[in-house]
Design a protein around this ligand. Sequence first.
Ligand code: FES
Length: 108
Amino acid sequence: MAEWVTLCASSELPPGSREVFGVGGSWIAVFNVDNVIYAIEDLCTHDGNTLAFDQQERPSKLINFEIECPRHGGRFDIRDGSATRSPAEINTPWYKTRIDQDRIQILL
Ligand code: FES
């Protein structure tokens, strides 16, 4: 059964920031774009790279709503996980989000 899981306080993810959380055996990348929260799996479906940060923990490029994989440049729409640029062809999972009593939550 799906349930809302708290990730952090909303103050911990201000506009323009991102964070990766380990939840239920997955790594989930969470973005705050203009006070709207988006969450996708932190997994590039092309070859398993992380999406939100590169190997040196530097933020990956976020172009409008597309996160660019730091390895080969595939892109995913953070609003729905859809693969938007080759070599990424397969969508990555996305999650519903909400802010409840100043807590950021995702639906698992
Ligand atoms: S691992 Fe992400 S585009 Fe290749």
